[in-house]
Design a protein around this ligand. Structure first.
Ligand SMILES: [Zn+2]
Length: 141
């Protein structure tokens, strides 16, 4: 799976050459970048963030989107326990919101968005643990 082991770290991005075919828009901000650009100079996008998602780098944005279902974003980032806790927490919150919605003729539904926002913020902020944990050198004999 490591077929393209690109190791040239000091290859200068050839953004001066303006051949239109070699450009790609930044997936985040749309800034035109050289096709082999490793990162965008206008935003946070890096190629690693998008292409290595499957192997060790979770995307904050994806975690937020997945948090539409509370907990899914956390599970995506490798926080399975936290994900299940958020998911479990959504049940009493959902029941409470439902009761509040009945009592307030529907307006209580809005309360659930506060829970969703909290989940999304947390999913965004939490470190991703997708990467396998480093074996700490336990050299204490
Ligand atoms: Zn960009």
């Amino acid at each position: 799976m490591f077929e393209m082991s690109v190791e040239y770290t000091d290859a200068p991005p050839t953004r001066a050459e303006s051949s239109a075919g070699d450009k790609m828009p930044c997936p985040y901000c749309g800034n035109l970048l050289p096709k082999d650009a490793k990162s965008c100079d206008r935003c946070d996008w890096t190629r690693a963030a998008t292409t290595e998602t499957a192997e060790g780098k979770a995307s904050d944005a994806v975690a937020v989107i997945l948090s539409i279902i509370p907990g899914l974003g956390h599970i995506y980032k490798g926080h399975k326990l936290a994900g299940f806790l958020w998911m479990a927490g959504a049940v009493p919150v959902g029941i409470f919101v439902l009761l509040a919605a009945i009592a307030s003729a529907g307006f209580g539904i809005g309360l659930f968005f506060f829970y969703l926002i909290a989940v999304m913020l947390h999913a965004y902020a939490v470190d991703d643990r997708v990467a396998p944990p480093r074996e700490d050198e336990g050299e204490e004999y």
